[in-house]
Write a protein that binds this ligand. Structure first.
Ligand code: ADP
Ligand code: ZN
Ligand code: ZN
Length: 720
């Protein structure tokens, strides 16, 4: 009897009989199974005896799809089982959500390990003779004369095909063997600053076993330089290293820096790669063909078989939380994985999340500080400008415009940050007050003027922008508020002659576009950059000396208790783009609330003081990280079944250990045509919450109303 995980949203494993013929597949091997009327790929999780069902009801699985050496390893399986228990998510969806997408296809296989060819002694002799009729083979030998080459490169160089190569090997003139990873001499990094040296020494001194190190270093303080040295240690020891970066951080710039400094090209893993490429990286990790892996959230589950170190850069970044399907917090799972592997993990950031700071204060993480910029540049000065007393043009006040003018006049660059795409967030009729709403969401449509469309940024619905008001027919439609498209236009008009580059998802779509733009900016000509968070993170623009933050006011009085924390992180990250080289940087922050307490603390005293205050407030309010939460979300086309289900779910819990609050409508009640509500479960102790959730969910699953809605549990939720 086999217990098999299948990619369906049902809890638990499914019982099957071993294949009719052939051996019994082992834990971690893939098999084909019949599930209802479908043929699916399952992963064997246990091989045992009894079943709750009579044998006659059970079906046979197909033979193991992959050879035994390619089974999913024990350490990873145990981690996935833990994830399923902790996040209360169906094991089949956890397993197939974590493995590369090709695992669901019965025909997909690991690619063959890369090989390379080298010339033999006889081959050298043959090369010394005239080619005669074997001209293609002669070219192959000539290409191999200077060293081994992978087959695809060799064939390209000799302009010939596989058959001539096969003949070459047959004749004993060349041999094919597993490729050795290509290494170049690593380039030497800068001499570390005293601060960097201390952090590096402290982390090295903590040893090989599990420890969680937080490198809490201001932007440009040289955190990456410290990771590089640590990574180097572990590569030299023959171990594997995984570096996790935010979705937006996986730039060719970063990869090149790793490659030149370490002498090996990192293997990358992220959702932008093809299924085949992801399978190849997976196989490379399992077969130890490579040591260094860099990837986004999903790379966390790569099958490292000789791991020595995990690094998570920008560890506060929201993209580390998976927000749908198998919802997990990659930072927490990474720490768990490092713990299970008994290896160190390094979390780096200039703006640690409050959870991370709390863990550091509690002594669970070692906190290492870098308080000065590595290049010696001074931190940017932030100037708060009161929008209530100033007129604006395209959202920019005269102070900001003047500062931009001066910056350009000095031959430097300025960056204008606004986290809102499009021309205007609202299209409004000045006669009757009509404004464009999304039919599917509780949201306004954003006006994209250049494309003459209205777009919903929540469900992607689009429609043609009307020329006159659809309600009163007046020719009085105007945009209200600003988006990046409008800023780009206005700046182009006000500073004609200076190139303006817009960086957001609309302007920068194709692969490589952002990269070439970044190169242009780094080349140093005076220019203006306008953009969203795409621009705010990770980039190093030596010539940017001014950053203008157009608007952060929405976050100041949000109902989301995490809004201020995120605003603070974003502001510090954007400000960190200014003055990274020698020239000092300035940040202009426009706001209608210059006296907001938290904002003032952030500006006047910096992120640590700001975060400290936020933590105090969370403690007083009994909110995370001083309490543990889970959210039961439900949605359906209509409100009634959603509320009825959540009411019933609430009543299904009379036990102790957690309090239930709600049902509440989600921050955006209607989205993509579905009405969304939630129940909030909270407890002061994590294990108690875990147990209570298990008991509660057993009851919730049995509710008749559960079948009328789509529902999901989100443990440690980040949004509501
Ligand atoms: P962070 O990761 O903290 O943002 P980086 O490691 O990217 O910082 O360093 C910021 C800049 O400072 C980079 O251009 C880097 O090359 C440079 N840098 C880092 N460490 C040193 C050092 N010890 N001496 C000189 N320059 C350094
Ligand atoms: Zn009107
Ligand atoms: Zn919408």
């Amino acid at each position: 009897m086999l217990r098999v995980a299948v990619a369906v949203p049902l809890p638990g494993l499914f019982d099957y009989l071993p294949p009719k013929n052939g051996g019994v597949p082992q834990r971690g091997q893939r098999v084909q199974v019949r599930f209802g009327h479908r043929q699916l790929v399952g992963l064997v999780m246990a091989v045992g005896h009894g079943s709750r069902f009579p044998r006659s009801k059970l079906q046979h699985v197909g033979e193991a799809i992959d050879p035994i050496e390619q089974r999913v390893g024990e350490a990873l399986l145990a981690l996935l089982e833990w994830c399923s228990r902790y996040y209360k998510h169906a094991i089949g969806e956890v397993v197939f959500g974590a493995l590369p997408p090709d695992f669901r296809k019965p025909t997909s296989r690991w690619p063959d390990p890369p090989t390379e060819l080298s010339i033999t002694g006889e081959g050298c002799e043959r090369l010394a003779q005239p080619p005669g009729r074997a001209r293609a083979q002669h070219r192959l030998l000539a290409a191999l004369e200077h060293g081994p080459m992978p087959a695809p490169e060799l064939l390209a160089a000799a302009e010939t095909g596989r058959p001539s190569l096969a003949a070459l090997i047959e004749a004993g003139w060349a041999t094919e063997q597993p490729a050795r990873p290509r290494r170049r001499d690593p380039s030497e990094g800068p001499v570390l600053t005293a601060e960097q040296g201390q952090v590096l020494d402290a982390i090295r001194a903590a040893g090989e076993g599990f420890a969680c190190h937080l490198i809490d270093g201001v932007t440009g303080s040289g955190k990456t330089e410290v990771y590089l040295r640590l990574v180097q240690d572990h590569l030299a020891a023959g171990q594997q290293v995984l570096v996790l970066v935010p979705e937006i951080g996986l730039t060719p710039q970063l990869l090149r820096r790793f490659e030149t400094r370490l002498g090996v090209a990192p293997r990358v893993f992220h959702s932008g790669l093809s299924a085949g490429e992801r399978m190849a990286t997976w196989a490379a990790a399992a077969r130890r063909e490579a040591q260094l892996f860099v990837g986004t959230r999903s790379a966390l589950f790569l099958p490292l078989t000789k791991a020595g170190l995990l690094v998570m850069d920008e560890s506060h970044d929201p993209s580390f939380k998976q927000q749908d399907g198998f919802r997990y917090a990659a930072r927490d799972v990474a720490v768990k994985r490092a713990h299970d592997l008994d290896i160190p993990i390094v979390l780096g950031t200039a703006t640690p999340s409050l959870e991370t700071l709390h863990n550091a204060r509690a002594g669970r993480y070692h906190q290492h500080r870098l308080v000065t910029r590595a290049t010696g540049a001074s931190p940017p000065a932030i100037r708060v400008v009161d929008l209530r007393t100033r007129r604006t043009e395209a959202g920019l006040c005269p102070d900001a415009l003047a500062a931009i003018g001066e910056t350009l006049a000095r031959g430097e660059q300025a960056l204008v940050f606004l986290n809102r795409r499009g021309y205007a967030p609202v299209l409004l009729c000045h006669e009757c007050g009509w404004h464009a709403r999304c039919r599917q969401c509780d949201a306004n449509l954003t006006w994209h003027r250049a494309g003459r469309v209205l777009v919903c940024h929540h469900c992607e619905a689009r429609e043609r922008a009307p020329d006159v008001c659809p309600d009163c027919r007046a020719d009085a439609l105007q945009g209200a508020g600003e988006g990046t498209e409008q800023l780009e236009q206005a700046l182009g008009r006000l500073f004609s002659g200076t190139p303006v580059y817009r960086v957001d998802r609309d302007a920068v779509r194709r692969k490589g576009e952002l990269e070439s733009l970044v190169e242009t900016v780094r080349s140093g000509e005076p220019c203006l950059l306008v953009g969203t968070q795409m621009l705010a993170k990770g980039h190093h623009f030596p010539k940017v000396t001014l950053v203008v933050v157009v608007n952060i006011d929405q976050a100041l009085y949000s109902a989301d208790f995490r809004a201020l924390e995120r605003m603070g992180q974003m502001l510090v990250q954007v400000a960190g783009r200014a003055g990274r080289a020698q020239a000092p940087g300035t940040v202009i922050l426009q706001t209608h609330h210059p006296d907001h307490d938290a904002l003032r603390t952030l500006v006047e005293e910096g992120y640590p003081a700001f975060a400290g205050n936020q933590l105090d407030e969370r403690r007083l309010a009994g909110l995370p990280p001083f309490a543990f939460q889970a959210v039961l979300r439900a949605d359906a086309p209509d409100r009634e079944p959603v509320r009825a289900f959540l009411q019933a779910a609430r009543q299904a819990w009379q036990g102790r250990g957690m309090s239930l609050h709600g049902p509440f409508p989600a921050m955006m009640e209607k989205r993509a045509g579905r009405v969304r509500w939630y129940l909030l479960a909270q407890s002061e102790e994590r294990p108690i919450l875990q147990r209570a959730l298990d008991n509660w969910l057993d009851a919730v699953r049995r509710l008749p109303t559960a079948r009328q809605v789509r529902w999901a549990i989100d443990v440690d939720p980040q949004e509501f």
